[in-house]
Design a protein around this ligand. Sequence first.
Ligand SMILES: [Zn+2]
Length: 83
Amino acid sequence: MSKGFRSADETQALSDQAVSETIGEILAKDRQQEEHAAEVRAHGGYGMCEDCGRAIGKERLEALPSATRCVACQATWEQANRP
Ligand SMILES: [Zn+2]
């Protein structure tokens, strides 16, 4: 085998690691958001967008019970917080 090339196994292991790190980050973010949503709920603000104060659509809450922003504010927030 020539030097300077990673073996297939090593390459696979590296990409597996990258994938599990990404999944871990997403899960940690989801957990944070769920805790945050529970906090908002405890303060009686559940179902209201925390940015614009308008009601979050019922369909959105059914699809994503941990949502604390309306679709428009969430899109803006994600753009601003994208790494
Ligand atoms: Zn909003």
